[in-house]
Ligand binder design. Sequence first.
Ligand SMILES: N=CN[C@@H](CCC(=O)O)C(=O)O
Ligand SMILES: [Zn+2]
Length: 404
Amino acid sequence: MGGGHRLLLENARQVVLVCARGERFLARDALRSLAVLEGASLVVGTDGFIKAVGPADAIQKQFSEETFEERIDCSGKCILPGLVDAHSHPVWAGERVHEFAMKLAGATYMDIHQAGGGINFTVERTRQASEDELFSSFQQRLQCMMRAGTTLVECKSGYGLDLETELKMLRVIERARRELDIGISATYCGAHSVPKGKTAKEAADDIVNNHIPKLKELGRNGEIHVDNIDVFCEKGVFDLDSTRRILQSGKDTGLQINFHGDELHPMKAAELGAELGAQAISHLEEVSDEGIAAMATARCSAVLLPTTAYMLRLKQPRARKMLEEGVIVALGSDFNPNAYCFSMPMVMHLACVNMRMSMPEALAAATINAAYALGKSHSHGSLEVGKQGDLIIINSSRPHALCS
Ligand SMILES: N=CN[C@@H](CCC(=O)O)C(=O)O
Ligand SMILES: [Zn+2]
């Protein structure tokens, strides 16, 4: 009698591996077609990692003596890696439905922000909410994401701005990381907006002198685990100098740089990110040609957010130009009170229609490249032996059903 395993997925019409040679990301020609097996099976071990993937008859022979806690007949279906959402703001209190009417009436994102709404509105409500209230709504949002196929999601703080509330948000994220069945990459985003009564420089001083040292201490004690540092680098929010100071300080304590840049105005955020060794920059609707070239050279991934450009009627980020220049393009939902979308399939669909990405490009951007943006593509983002057994089964013989 052989050993026992967690799961056998048998005889799928297609298993979309995405990549099969240990690639950490896919760019340029590698995006033309993804690695796919026809008529294949996959085995997940009791430790949750993929033990085997291959032709159905070969897997049947190899595992004929072995037992499985669960077997699923996948005839006629497709298996794909779990989707990776590389950018979300899912911890907050207070709806912003009223702002939609303002936007439809012509107000821009920054009009609302400067009038004390937008992020500032959510900050007020999030400061008032208890940790349990925040956890409960966060948990429901994560469940919606999982139902739409997301198995790894980046989750930002950033609706506290003061140390106390930022830590409250990070503890909520940490609790979810420990208790729930979804992978989480935690991002400290204390520089999401300049708090009332402070200048950007004063806010940056507070972050560098007080917030980041506290994160380091709590990380050392094992109380919270933070992966990334983020700044909203934007005209009227954090300028390039303050952004640089905050990101460098985070990097010096071991955090990966992953920040908002070149969204509403050209800020040379892409050039800065490439120079600082950022793992990822999000948005990039206003990125310069030089910024695109610098990101490609630095292997700094571009996290594109189709829901934001759609919601705010912004110009679309130049996905085609980035792809042609060899930038590692990833996708995120940008789920937040202003862009209420849990669904990565919808994000992929918008990327295809509005940003003119091909379906293989969108699928790679929502799997291996999004995992790369989070520094997790060694363990996530493709169906390869030794990787996390995070996967989805769709009731279609063609994987592109997911984003069409
Ligand atoms: N641009 C900055 N941050 C978010 C929006 C957050 C909010 O409006 O609450 C974004 O990525 O779209
Ligand atoms: Zn964001």
